[in-house]
Design a protein around this ligand. Structure first.
Ligand code: NDP
Length: 283
C-alpha cells in the first residue's frame, strides 16, 4: 500500500513557517520584498506570476510586478534589473522564463545580483550548489527535498535515479540528492537501458516533460516515486508518471496535480525570506 506525498499539505507547512519568520522580521523593522518581471503575454507565465503574487500577499511579503511589453528591448530589461538590484526594499528578483525569442536569457540571468537571485539560476549560485555550500536552491528541486524530509525518507546510501538533466530541475535535483549521500544516476534522452536503470532506483525522480512516461515495469517494488512533470493533455494536467499503475508498486508517490507543483512556489517564498535575512544580516 503506497503513501501519497501531499504537496498541498507540505507546501502549507512551509508557507506557515515563512509567514511566521516574515512577521518576526517585520517586528524588527525589516521588510521582505520580491520583484517579479514578466515580458510578453504567455498565458501560462501569467498564471504562474499571478500565483507568486498571491502567495507573497498571503505571507506578508511585498511583491512588485513588472509586466513588460513583448517588444521590450534587451537594454530596457537589463536597465530594470539594474534598478531592482540597487533597490533596498527588494530582496529577491525573478524574471519569468521563457522570455520572448529576441531576448538573451543567459544575459538576463547573469544580470541579477547573485544575492537577489531567488531562482538560483545565476552561475555563482549554480556553482555554489555544485560545491554544496549554498543559500538558494532552484525552487522545484528544493521542493522535492522538502517533501522527502517531511516524510522522513532516508536518502543516504539509497540508489537515486533522476530522469532529466535540465538546469532548472534535473541537474540541481541530482546534486541535492548527492549532497544527502544518495548514489545518484542522471538519465536523459540518450540513456541506454533506461528501464533497467530505473528499476534499480530506491528513489526515482521523473522530470521529463512527457505524460505517463514512467510505467510500472520501470519501477522497483517499494520505490519512492517523485513526479515533477506537468503536461497539459486535453486541458488536464498529467504527470510524467503513470500514477494508476505505478502506485501499485511504490511505497511513496507524489500526485499531479497537488504534488511537486505547489512546493515550487512555497520554496520561492522560502528563498525570498532567506535573501531578506542575508541582506539584513539576520540568522
Ligand atoms: P526539459 O525539457 O528542459 O528537460 C527534459 C529532460 O528530459 C531532458 O534532459 C531530456 O533529455 C529528458 N528526456 C526527454 N525525453 C526523454 C526520454 N525519452 N528518455 C529519457 N529522458 C528524456 O524540461 P524541464 O526539466 O524544464 O521540466 C521537466 C518537466 O517538469 C516538465 O513537464 C515541466 O513542465 C515540469 N516542471 C515542473 C515544475 C513544477 O513546479 N512541478 C517546475 C519545472 C518544470 P535531453 O537532455 O537528452 O534532451
Amino acid at each position: 500500500m503506497y503513501k501519497l506525498i501531499d504537496g498541498k499539505v507540505i507546501s502549507a507547512a512551509v508557507k506557515e513557517r515563512v509567514k511566521a519568520e516574515v512577521a518576526t522580521l517585520k517586528e524588527q523593522g525589516i521588510t521582505t520584498g520580491l520583484a517579479v518581471i514578466i515580458v510578453g503575454e504567455d498565458p501560462a507565465s501569467k498564471v504562474y506570476v499571478n500565483n507568486k503574487k498571491k502567495a507573497c500577499e498571503a505571507l506578508g511579503i511585498i511583491s512588485e510586478e513588472y509586466a513588460l511589453l513583448e517588444t521590450t528591448t534587451q537594454e530596457e530589461l537589463l536597465s530594470l534589473i539594474d534598478t531592482l538590484n540597487k533597490k533596498e526594499s527588494i530582496n529577491g528578483i525573478l524574471c519569468q522564463l521563457p522570455l520572448p525569442k529576441h531576448l538573451d536569457e543567459t544575459a538576463v540571468i547573469n544580470a541579477i545580483l547573485p544575492e537577489k537571485d531567488v531562482d538560483a539560476f545565476h552561475p555563482i549560485n549554480v556553482g555554489k550548489i555544485m560545491q554544496g555550500d549554498f543559500d538558494f536552491v532552484p525552487c522545484t528541486p528544493a521542493g522535492v527535498m522538502e517533501m522527502l524530509a517531511f516524510e522522513g525518507i532516508e536518502i543516504a546510501g539509497k540508489t537515486c535515479v533522476v530522469i532529466g538533466r535540465s538546469n532548472i530541475v534535473g541537474k540541481p535535483m541530482a546534486m541535492l540528492l548527492l549532497h544527502k549521500n544518495g548514489t545518484v544516476t542522471i538519465c536523459h534522452s540518450r540513456t541506454k537501458n533506461l528501464k533497467e536503470v530505473c528499476q534499480n532506483a530506491d528513489i526515482l525522480v521523473a522530470a521529463v516533460g512527457r505524460p505517463n512516461f514512467v510505467t510500472a515495469d520501470m519501477v522497483k517494488e517499494g520505490a519512492v516515486v517523485i513526479d515533477v512533470g506537468i503536461n497539459r493533455v486535453d486541458g488536464k494536467l498529467i504527470g510524467d508518471v503513470n500514477f494508476g499503475e505505478v502506485c501499485e508498486k511504490a511505497s511513496y508517490i507524489t500526485p499531479v496535480p497537488g504534488g511537486v507543483g505547489p512546493m515550487t512556489i512555497a520554496m520561492l517564498m522560502q528563498n525570498t525570506l532567506t535573501a531578506a535575512k542575508k541582506q539584513n544580516k539576520v540568522n
